[in-house]
Design a protein around this ligand. Structure first.
Ligand code: NAP
Length: 320
């Protein structure tokens, strides 16, 4: 049979052979990519996170994804430095974590990242002095209350988006990195967004998406800068997760709960510099990549315009 196939191939003109080779090569590439997808999503074990150090620092741990991370890290036996803006919520989260994982040591630092950032960061530096913080989860982030055109953004929102999403992540990373460099180990996870990486544009969320594009490039550069110093930098790219930011209450197959996302996220720490840890999100990413950009752009614009309309209706009913 093999012989028959070979002799049939030999009898073909050159262009058929060329097409056949290109086709076989593409099939092989697709097959290998599929095998790799199955391995990294379902078979590859997560790293032993305690090897990075016994403490993890999480920003924005009082709700959503950050809270999910805090619980999952405690489950893995890490002690926590929780940095949030609301002392009562920080206490609530700490108490619930301690009730579930009694051995976890927790330090809390109150910082409003939209306020005096330098003062906040110096309090973080003081709190982590002498602790071997091996993992940093730069999770804190803000978005628009609802979709709006760029010219409609008020000063306050514009300032907060850049301060919380860009400046806070940058400065907290600097505060924690020094200790990691001394110990020659650490993992930094920066939470990006599909808004900047999966879809070609996020109309009516332009500044949010742009801040997340910063996170993506910042992470990639640090990954290369520090990979030989024992520090693994990663940008995680969630698509929708059921949190208050996304205004989605119930989880579903394509929209994990914050806990579900964080559970998947921990398994990826220390591997690829950019990933989307919740596997159904990878299917959506592949779909977005396979469609012409103009189609995704128009779908997204329609989607955002709908959110804007609903947001404006809510605003006007509040005023009445
Ligand atoms: N949810 C999604 O679909 C989605 C998708 C892609 C990327 N992301 C990214 O994932 C990260 C977490 O989002 P999330 O959905 O979990 O948001 P979330 O539910 O709104 O939680 C945000 C957390 O950040 C804290 N926070 C907000 N502003 C702060 C400030 N000025 N100072 C200190 N803490 C502040 C919040 O504190 P309070 O509890 O006091 O409000 C809360 O703990 C963000 O970086 C976001 O961009 C989310």
């Amino acid at each position: 049979m093999e012989h028959c196939l070979l002799s049939k191939l030999k009898a073909q003109p050159l262009w058929v052979l060329a097409l056949f080779s290109v086709g076989s090569f593409s099939l092989l590439r697709f097959f290998l990519a599929f095998l790799n997808w199955v391995y990294v999503n379902f078979l590859r074990p997560g790293k032993n996170l305690k090897k990075y150090g016994s403490w993890a620092l999480v920003t924005g741990p009082t709700d959503g994804i950050g809270k999910g991370f805090a619980f999952q890290l405690a489950r893995k036996g890490l002690n926590l430095v929780l940095v949030g803006r609301n002392s009562e919520k920080l206490k609530d989260v700490s108490d619930s974590i301690c009730a579930k994982y009694a051995k976890t040591q927790i330090k809390t630092v109150v910082v409003d990242f939209s306020g005096d950032l330098d003062d906040g960061v110096s309090r973080i530096r003081e709190a982590i002095e002498g602790l071997d913080v091996g993992i940093l989860i730069n999770n804190v982030g803000v978005s628009y209350p609802y979709a709006r055109y760029f010219h409609e953004l008020d000063e306050e929102l514009l300032k907060n988006l850049i301060k919380v999403n860009v400046e806070a992540t940058t400065k907290v990373t600097q505060a924690v990195l020094g200790g990691m460099l001394k110990r020659k180990k650490g993992a930094i996870v920066n939470i990006g967004s599909g808004a900047a990486i999966v879809i070609p544009s996020d109309p009516l969320y332009a500044v949010y998406a742009a801040t997340k594009a910063y996170i993506d490039q910042f992470s990639r550069c640090l990954y290369v800068e520090y990979k030989n110093s024992g520090i693994d930098v990663q940008c995680q790219v969630p698509l929708y997760v059921a949190t208050k930011m996304a205004s989605i209450r119930r989880s579903s197959f394509f929209v994990p709960s914050a806990e579900g996302y964080a559970q998947a996220a921990l398994r990826w720490i220390g591997y690829e510099p950019r990933c989307t840890p919740y596997w159904p999100h990878t299917l959506l990413w592949a779909l977005a990549n396979s469609l012409p950009e103009s189609i995704v752009d128009s779908w997204r614009l329609g989607f955002s315009l709908n959110i804007r309309k609903r947001g404006q209706l809510k605003d006007s009913s509040k005023k009445e």
